[in-house]
Ligand binder design. Sequence first.
Ligand SMILES: O=P(O)(O)OC[C@H]1O[C@H](O)[C@H](O)[C@@H](O)[C@@H]1O
Length: 535
Amino acid sequence: MWDELNHLRDENKNRWIMDLFERDGARADGFSVETGDMRFDYSKTLIDDAVRAALIELCEKVDLSRHRDAMFTGAAINETEGRAVLHTALRNLDGGSVLVDGQDVMPGVLDTLARMRSFAEDVRKGAFAGAGGSITDVVNIGIGGSDLGPAMATLALEPYHDGPVCHFVSNVDGAHVSDVLRPLDPTRTLVIVASKSFTTTETMTNARTARAWMLDGGGDPAGQFAAVSTALDKTEAFGIPAERVFGFGDWVGGRYSVWGPIGLPVILAMGPQAFDAFLRGGQAMDLHFRSAAWAENMPVLLALTGLWHHQICGYPTRAVLPYDQRLSRLPAYFQQLEMESNGKSVAMSGSSLTVPSGPVVWGEPGTNGQHAFYQLIHQGTGVVPCEFMIAAEGHEPDLAHHHRLLVANCLAQSEALMRGRSLDEARERMAAKGLTGDELDRQARHRVFAGNRPSTTLVYPKLTPFVLGQIIALYEHRVFVEGVILGINSFDQWGVELGKELATSLAPIVDGEQSAEGKDGSTAALVGFVLKHRG
Ligand SMILES: O=P(O)(O)OC[C@H]1O[C@H](O)[C@H](O)[C@@H](O)[C@@H]1O
């Protein structure tokens, strides 16, 4: 299946991206795609017509449309857990019924959304209050998919906040819960315990700590706690009244769950209207993904570009570089989305993968990264495909000059990566500074940029709730397409289990209640050091 692409890679080994632009004056448009109000440009890569055709052929070979339709229509495509994958139903605001095992899930989805809206309105206008008055702060306690989505989205949409301030506690490190709770008023804080399973150790430990804090401080945990979970028996056992429990189906994966009640902090912070716009952005991307031909399909082209760079060209990582300070948690969100979904060695069939699994995803917002790790991106020996993102305008009209600089920097980086600087150009510069002979040569060599380094750019008008919805759904579908082509189940996460089990068995040893006998020498010695040195 990969032979043709490997052949094209080898054949084009000495090609220059810049030459592709010289040969084809329409390349920028020919290798960009627009949907709604976003443009995805993948022209600054070595993908040409032949490579694109071979990549699209992959979609046909794996029968991508059948897989896509199976997901949207509620088939149990998460085969290792025997579940449907229907986060898209959470944003299916006017798309009709969606059946799981013959049952339409949409009435339940819309009912929960209506309850979220009305709870959010009550909190926002003070009709729902704590022991000491209206709610000023919300603390979301959750981890992984029950944290990253709402934490990323509330930060991203800060200009739309007109509700209580949202805080996030995820780490079991007591420093986290302690630092977040300390400045808050326990009588005017709403705590959301967000856990799909309602068994996650970190979340339950933090939830109990927050409950004790609230009780100590004169708050009312029975009245000021809400829960988001699929395990309604467990939320009840924790003492959270049913009217403040927001459930969702097991057909929503944790890392795909921000669209439903896990998004409660988002709707509390910015209100139902803005949250609706976020959902509609996701839905717009769904419609595009379901209807556009592969060659014009944004998630598909993003996925194929990723496969080309990682599985074919062998670049081990992928940098996500939003030139948008409010998207500073987006790389972390994409790390879970992509690495937990496609970081697998075994195909759905149980056989070993014959190509690499998904890449390492990492990143930071620009321009900050430029002053830190871009050195390696430009001059390191390895190639890091970069995914730039930038808005046409910011949210600060009186600081428009900042935004113009931001745009210039973003575009400059992708241009620099592609263009590079030759030894001759570097030598000219050094000669202009008066250097000669060996010293000119030596100094020039340090100033060479290899160039021909690939990047893509996603550009959107402004980071609105609708646009954020589009971006998140774009990446979700990209991960899905990559997973289908790799033959992976993108919706399970067995790789997190072993560590959890061992942590459970180590807890009594670290408590000093059990001996470390039977543990390997390193682990036993590390426990010994901890026991000896703690107060
Ligand atoms: O929402 P929860 O059930 O508490 O799970 C929280 C997280 O922990 C798990 O270990 C998984 O790796 C994540 O996919 C999940 O989002």
